[in-house]
Ligand binder design. Structure first.
Ligand code: 5AD
Ligand code: SF4
Length: 449
């Protein structure tokens, strides 16, 4: 069976799609280009308005392939799958499976039943209390991937109910995975050649603080994963500032293979907006956390998420976000205009901000961020680091190949290497010689390892 997966949204979705791909491949299915597939899988995101509309557009596009093969079927998973659910069956009759993030564990079997004609339609939308362990695919593509980087889920769902966020509704309550399962998966990956692991969850810092918890905290898990021999780089995402424990901050000073980068969504700089967002920290607390992190690891690269034009955001509130962005000096940020999501508390908050005001604020914020990003990258010229190579650069010229990889903090670094040796998955020591707008240029200083 030939299948094609389209993925939208966060890293958790990217990872879910990777797992689904390997689970289907271990059943003898084959990935295919879009115009050859018999089964289409859409792994969707509904965190903001636009990505949801994208799903409808994509399904409209896929429907065109029915002319080529009337037996084509589609599955919609992820957050929009969970939210719209069986609504897809009426609107797009070739959609035969809908699944949410708890249901994904059973999606490969469901797809098999559908193509065998054993069932007409399947909905996997129930939420569960305990993390649904997934089968380990016989051919784990993540281990095979030459890039030698892997994601490992440690939890699913979120209990925070920030007032703008749809995630607690689409991914359900927080459920932590058993720490031994996490450790076993990490050990297997490292044995298989993986050098870099990213621990994933909606709110990793509250790992273990739910029904699935067994008394192991996130900090304890972090220390145990970090000690796996052969693991060169460890990252984790995403962190809620209110839950980051002093032990996790200390870990940045103590664990050599814990990478010097942290994504710490701030969302807003105004205490009033933060309170109405239900974030449970204020700007002072956020700065204290940042100071603690930088004391533990001075070269830590901080990145963040920001929302502009939250209901009721005044010009003054917005200015406070700008001030905080400047004060903290985020190396980069993702920034979004607030968008109403179904069922969230902010839906009823007023006044909504006019779209032109929201667009103007977003532009000002992004201009400021670009300036700060440029300054941060410039400061790195002359420093040395290892780059984990991901592949060849897009641009090539004469005299060896240009390769693209990431430094320990996750920044993209391009560098030239004489000869035609395949470097993918190797670490190459470089010195940074130039800063581009969003990436760095390095010069090799030692041998690949
Ligand atoms: N509107 C705009 N941005 C949102 N995000 C989450 N919900 C919304 C919303 N309703 C942003 C937050 C979050 C990121 C993943 O998406 O900044 O951290
Ligand atoms: Fe959404 Fe807040 Fe949970 Fe993040 S912590 S997923 S923003 S509810």
């Amino acid at each position: 069976m030939k299948f094609h997966i389209l993925t939208f949204g966060c890293q958790m979705n990217v990872h879910d799609s990777q797992w689904l791909t390997s689970a289907l491949e271990s059943r003898g299915w084959e990935q295919a280009p879009e115009d050859e597939a018999q089964v289409y899988i859409l792994n969707t995101c509904s965190v903001r308005e636009k990505p949801e509309q994208k799903v409808y557009t994509e399904l409209g596009r896929i429907a065109v392939h029915l002319k080529r093969d009337p037996d084509i079927i589609a599955a919609v998973g992820g957050c929009v799958g969970q939210q719209v659910g069986t609504g897809f069956f009426n609107r797009f009759p070739f959609v035969k499976l809908v699944f949410g993030t708890d249901g994904i564990a059973n999606a490969p079997d469901a797809l098999e039943r559908l193509v065998e004609g054993a069932q007409e339609r399947i909905a996997l939308l129930d939420f569960v209390d305990i993390y649904p362990e997934r089968e380990v695919p016989c051919r784990d593509v993540r281990v095979e991937q030459k890039s030698r980087q892997a994601f490992v889920n440690i939890m699913q769902g979120c209990d925070n109910f920030c007032t703008y966020c749809v995630v607690p509704f689409t991914r359900g309550r927080q459920k932590s995975r058993h720490p031994e399962q996490v450790l076993e998966e990490c050990r297997t990956l490292v044995k298989g050649g993986v050098r870099e692991i990213t621990l994933l969850g909606q709110n990793v810092n509250s790992f273990g603080l739910d029904k699935g918890g067994v008394g192991v905290t996130f900090a304890q898990l972090l220390y145990r994963v970090a000690e796996i021999p052969g693991l060169d780089r460890l990252r984790f995402t995403t962190s809620h500032p209110k839950d980051i424990a002093p032990e996790v901050i200390r870990a940045f000073g103590e664990l050599d293979n814990l990478c010097p980068s942290l994504h710490l969504p701030m969302q807003a700089g105004s205490d009033d907006v933060l309170r109405r967002m239900g974030r449970k920290y204020d700007s002072k607390r956020y700065v204290e956390i940042v100071d603690g992190l930088r004391a533990a690891r001075p070269n830590l690269a901080l990145t963040t998420d920001l929302i502009v034009a939250f209901p009721g955001e005044t010009e003054e509130d917005f200015e406070q976000t700008m001030e905080m962005v400047e004060k903290v000096g985020f190396e980069s940020s993702f920034s979004f205009k607030y968008s109403d999501r179904p069922g969230v508390a902010a839906l009823k908050m007023k006044p909504k901000i006019a779209p032109d005001v929201a667009a103007e604020r977003l532009m000002r914020l992004q201009n400021l961020q670009n300036d700060i990003t440029r300054k941060c990258l410039k400061k790195l010229v002359g420093t040395e680091d290892d780059v984990l190579v991901e592949g060849k650069s897009r641009k090539q010229d004469e005299g060896g190949f240009w390769w693209r990889g990431r430094d320990a903090a996750g920044r993209v670094v391009n560098f030239r290497f004489e000869g035609d040796r395949d470097l993918e998955g190797l670490m190459v020591p470089v010195r940074i010689v130039e800063a581009k707008k969003h990436s760095l240029v390095g010069k090799r200083t030692g041998d690949p390892w």
